[in-house]
Design a protein around this ligand. Structure first.
Ligand code: HEM
Length: 257
């Protein structure tokens, strides 16, 4: 037990934990992005509101959410501990590729990029996550005619149900839900919040361009057969595609809705 404790309190153990929590956070990003793509559906937010309810009320996902919050905190704390320890010992930053010619700027600035991201996550969770659970999110009713497939929607002044109901009445599917779509659309009418999100996604991009492949290096996955593939996924998937797709969301609401 104390051997295990020693491993995880050593510098290598901390790097291992950072790599594992970092890759878990990358997996979350993929799931979060796929879910949030519902925002682009021209259905008045029905699919997105269904998805938000499912994500916040389905027990296995709720359990994973607690793992997610813990991972964010552990990842940030260990980064801070490693940076302070490195500074004390020698001026070399965290990361297996630190100082390499491939990504010198990103590897030298992981701490700053991570800090910007942490601020982003705190602001972001207070915008949506806090609002959804404890804030003043409006309520909406969708009525879908099951014969024609046509849906109409009405904002509800007050709710006589808890968070969400769905039932069928005379061939009409009725869904009443918290309208997180409306909250999101409203939030992204504010230019400085949109700018903050785009800046946050730039930080995410640079953080992951280095961080994704660095995590695999720390875990010892440095076989020359796989390194080019890992780097390609890190740069084009996590460094470009995912941040661009996330940044498209606030920009879409600001310019197109
Ligand atoms: C820019 C586009 C984004 C939009 C529109 C968006 C939207 C949302 C919404 C509506 C929620 C609350 C509902 C839910 O819990 O599923 C949420 C939660 C969350 N978001 Fe985002 N998000 C975006 C990007 C990001 C990014 C880039 C990160 C991480 C770097 C992130 C991290 C989180 C976290 C940690 C939660 C709490 C999840 C949970 O409770 O399980 N989001 N987001």
């Amino acid at each position: 037990m104390s051997k295990l404790k020693n491993t995880f309190s050593s510098s290598l153990g901390k790097k291992l934990i950072m790599a594992l929590t970092g890759l878990f956070l990358c997996t979350f990003l993929v799931v979060h992005l796929i879910g949030n793509l519902q925002l682009f559906k021209a259905d008045g937010g029905k699919a997105f509101n269904d998805y938000a309810y499912f994500m916040t009320h389905f027990t296995p996902i709720k359990v994973v959410s607690y793992l997610l919050y813990t991972s964010i905190i552990v990842h940030a704390l260990y980064a801070l501990m490693l940076t302070l320890a490195n500074r004390k010992a020698r001026p070399v930053s965290y990361g297996a590729y630190a100082g390499s010619a491939n990504s010198p700027w990103t590897s030298r600035n992981m701490g700053i990029l991570g800090t910007v991201l942490l601020v982003f996550i705190v602001v972001h969770m207070s915008n949506f996550w806090y609002e959804y659970h404890w804030g003043k999110v409006p309520f909406v009713e969708y009525r879908t005619d099951l014969t024609t497939g046509q849906t109409t929607q009405t904002e509800l002044a007050a709710a006589d149900f808890k968070d969400y109901v769905k039932y069928i009445d005379n061939g009409v599917e009725i869904t009443r839900a918290k309208d997180l779509y409306a909250t999101t659309a409203f939030a992204f009418q504010t230019w400085w919040l949109v700018a903050l999100y785009v800046l946050g996604m730039a930080a995410l991009s640079f953080h992951l361009i280095h961080g994704f492949s660095s995590a695999f290096q720390t875990l010892g996955w440095d076989h020359k057969k796989y390194v080019p593939l890992i780097k390609m996924i890190g740069i084009w998937g996590f460094g470009v595609l995912i941040p661009l797709a996330f940044a498209a969301m606030p920009l879409y609401f600001f310019f197109c809705i």
